[in-house]
Design a protein around this ligand. Structure first.
Ligand code: ZN
Length: 384
């Protein structure tokens, strides 16, 4: 069995460069606004695409879509966002992204200064650096890197891509949206040890229904499990909500059409800077941004090499203090069984069981524990 040290040395997270993150954000300071309706957005998108094109193996596309005149859009317009695909051996896809567009809510949308270095230059810098690091290897699954636009106007870019992914029947297994992940403080209030990770709440239950959590919650729980102990005490702070109070992000359009999507956002937002000319590079904590980047890379590495998830994960109905569990296995896939007490938000234990379709976990009772089975490195599927 691999030791933790061996797993750590296999990860590419040590290649994350704060100089690269800084260079991306410095470049983005040259666009006074990247408002979705402004020429700055198009120019910035061309720059991001050119950076992706420097990375061997990436297939880069500038995707066009239409936005309609509305609350934050002065006129109908065709706008762009950037998609880079690193093809794997399978068409199963894992997506990471941030939004390139910015807004200044206090002034004219086309001309007001809207640097948006943290919201969400930080997510774009993370995405570019993730692509640079991860493209050095051929992955089992296909990795997708996106610089969204239209976020500040109403999640238009992510909605356009989610609709396209649905229409083109993308085998999209996970979406990691990173929005405002570059600062660890607001004034004197600081938290540089955690990044909030939002996952969608349970749908309302009908009478007689048993609650099965949304798969995005399973993804969030997996991100915590997979990064535990690997980032020097830096952790995801799981928030079991779709997003912050009355606010939203690019994960939600994917959730809305049935994909599994979560959102990272810094622990302490400097709210007075957001959507103003004050969202500048001066407030970025590059060590913090580097830690969030590493957490995303750890997740992409795991999901990028994972086999297909098991189906029909079920308990043996017999009453017992040990728990017997079985599932439909796929040829050549190794599995892991996880468990947690019902009041624990995170997995408490796991055992690698290999290429089998059933297992017994001794001394853990299904009466008071929740069990799940996942392919090694994949999102676990809770037993029903
Ligand atoms: Zn944002």
């Amino acid at each position: 069995m691999l030791t933790t040290m061996a797993i750590l040395s296999m990860s590419m997270i040590n290649q994350v460069s704060t100089d690269h993150l800084k260079a991306t954000l410095t470049e983005l300071t040259h666009y006074p606004t990247r408002n979705t309706s402004s020429p700055g957005l198009t120019k910035a998108a061309e720059w991001v695409a050119s950076e992706f094109r420097k990375i061997p193996g990436l297939q880069v596309e500038i995707m066009e879509y239409a936005v309609k005149a509305g609350r934050r859009v002065p006129a109908d317009k065709t706008v762009v966002q950037v998609i880079a695909v690193l093809p794997g051996e399978t068409d199963r896809r894992v997506l990471v992204g941030g939004h390139l567009d910015t807004i200044n809510l206090g002034g004219d949308p086309l001309t007001s200064n809207a640097p948006g270095i943290n919201d969400d230059g930080s997510g774009v810098a993370l995405t570019l650096e993730g692509a640079r690091v991860l493209a050095q290897k051929k992955w089992h699954n296909t990795l997708v890197f996106v610089a969204f636009s239209g976020e500040e106007q109403g999640l238009f870019g992510s909605a356009a891509l989610a609709a396209r992914a649905k229409a083109e029947k993308w085998n999209l297994e996970a979406v990691l949206s990173n929005d405002t992940v570059g600062s660890s403080r607001a004034g004197d209030v600081k938290d540089n040890r955690r990044v909030r990770l939002y996952s969608e709440e349970l749908p309302p239950l009908k009478r007689g229904e048993v609650g099965v959590e949304h798969n995005s919650r399973e993804l969030a729980r997996f991100i915590e499990w997979n990064s535990r102990g690997k980032l020097g005490g830096f952790t995801p702070w799981l928030v079991f909500r779709k997003d912050r109070f009355q606010r939203g992000g690019d994960h939600t359009p994917f959730n809305n059409v049935g994909f599994t999507a979560v959102r990272f956002v810094e622990a302490i937002e400097w709210l007075e800077h957001q959507h103003t000319e004050k969202d500048t590079i001066d407030w970025i904590d590059f060590n913090y941004l580097s830690n969030v980047t590493k957490m995303n890379i750890l997740t992409m590495e795991a999901l990028g090499d994972a086999g297909e998830a098991p189906t029909a994960v079920a308990y043996d109905p017999k009453q017992a203090h040990d728990t017997s569990i079985h599932w439909k296995a796929k040829a050549g896939v190794k599995y892991v069984v996880y468990w947690r007490e019902t009041n624990s938000p995170t997995w408490q234990g796991s055992v690698n069981v290999g290429e089998v379709d059933k297992a017994v976990v001794k001394g853990k009772n299904k009466d008071d524990h929740i069990f799940a089975v996942g392919a090694e490195g994949g999102i676990p599927v809770s037993a029903g």
